[in-house]
Design a protein around this ligand. Structure first.
Ligand SMILES: [Zn+2]
Length: 403
């Protein structure tokens, strides 16, 4: 049996006035997803326990079959795993966003989608002027960078009570009440503060202002945690997996699960991603793995920008270029199952991730069709199939009615 999982990140949403009361999933032309709904089962699952932040980290951990209440330690350690950064038992990884804060308002949590090259120069300046023996600034992709705290002679100042707000939760809002707090927060606040004068006159920012782009005003530190200990997926579920994604968070999860990672040229983690290339690589990967998982970030990015039209465009591209060819290839090769599901809702209204259930569809061998005719939030809402503990969906997907 071959399995495919397609994750349109954050695609679940609310009815939109601009769409005459429909959600983006309802309004988008998605014949391949709707075909899955007609021959499969539509339901809903909640991947974010109320006590945890509604992030892609928590939600994708759950979606991939691990109870986040047991295993989630923070976003940054997952991204460190993606970059092959080994963390010792007392080391902490901390997400180091480059952001644009103006008049204490979070203008842009991506610093205008700053390029990886520009980000690397700013991170190098931070490393030169702000790092200590314990601290290392590690450049990543675009605005998504890391700060690593290595256990030195002194114990790490952070605990699980250290609080830091994800900057994407603060878009267009005041940041004054959302600086880090709790154990170790003095250090985090100091670094954020010290990066302001360091970046203000940096040539990267001078050039960005000159060409009308947003400057990276400072680092924003959050998502801190130690490395999680995850049982390899193959030991838990008996299948090998492979991941296609453009974001480090998912690469890191794949690495920690023991999944193969497949890099696709042209996959950007943004609205301009090469959907067709992802679809082709996914089809090609089927021969060498039991599960191929394709994660697409574009739907989530469109929501963060409050852009309904782009969200619909991204959904239609995922349907046409990934779901359709993958389903066709699976049918051609024999026994198979497909799961399409986002990780969490990202409502256009709030421009940020939210708690709550997401719709999923499962189709393929041994799946008895239910009444659903379309894949969307109302169809899922009408279904009796519901997983309050979303991490249990994986076992159902893999083994439901398989003797
Ligand atoms: Zn997400």
């Amino acid at each position: 049996m071959k399995y495919a999982i397609i994750i349109p990140d954050g695609c679940a949403d609310e009815p939109q006035d601009a769409l005459e009361g429909r959600t983006p999933l309802q309004a988008a032309r998605t014949p391949a997803m709707d075909a899955l709904a007609r021959c499969g089962m539509v339901g809903r699952a909640n991947h974010v326990p109320a006590s945890l932040p509604a992030g892609s980290d928590v939600a994708n951990l759950s979606l991939l079959g691990y109870n986040p209440l047991e295993h989630f330690t923070g976003r940054a350690p997952l991204e460190a795993a993606a970059q092959g950064i080994a963390l010792g038992a007392n080391d902490w990884a901390i997400r180091c966003n480059l952001v644009t804060v103006e008049n204490q308002t979070m203008r842009d949590f991506t610093a205008g989608h700053i390029s990886t090259e520009e980000a690397a120069q700013l991170l190098a300046a931070a490393q030169e002027h702000l790092a200590t023996e314990q601290l290392e600034f590690m450049p990543g992709v675009s605005y998504r960078n890391l700060l690593i705290y290595r256990d030195g002679k002194q114990p790490p100042p952070f605990t699980h009570d250290t609080r830091a707000t994800p900057p994407h939760d603060l878009t267009d809002q005041s940041v004054l009440d959302d600086y880090p707090r709790g154990p170790g927060s003095v250090l985090l606040n100091q670094l954020m503060h010290d990066s302001v004068p360091l970046f203000a006159d940096h040539p990267v920012n001078a050039a960005r202002r000159q060409s009308g782009k947003l400057p990276a005003t400072n680092v924003w530190l959050w998502g801190q945690g130690k490395a999680p200990a995850l049982t390899p997926f193959v030991d838990l579920y008996g299948r090998r997996g492979a991941m296609i994604t453009a974001v480090d968070l998912l690469r890191g999860l794949a690495a920690l699960l023991g999944w193969q990672r497949i890099e696709v040229p042209g996959a950007t983690g943004y609205l301009d991603t090469d959907y067709a290339a992802k679809g082709r690589y996914a089809v090609d990967a089927l021969a060498d793995t039991d599960i191929i998982c394709v994660h697409v970030e574009a739907t989530d990015e469109a929501s963060h920008e409050g852009n309904c039209a782009e969200k619909i465009k991204a959904l239609e591209a995922i349907d046409q270029h990934i779901v359709a060819p993958l389903h066709a290839a699976l049918q051609a090769q024999g026994e198979y199952r497909v799961l399409v599901t986002p990780d969490h809702p990202t409502p256009l209204r709030t421009k940020t991730h939210s708690h709550g259930s997401v719709p999923f569809v499962i189709a393929g061998s041994g799946i008895t069709p239910d009444a659903a005719q379309t894949y969307d939030e109302p169809a899922a809402g009408n279904s009796p199939l519901s997983f309050d503990e979303g991490w249990r969906l994986m076992q159902f997907f893999l083994d439901h009615q398989i003797a």
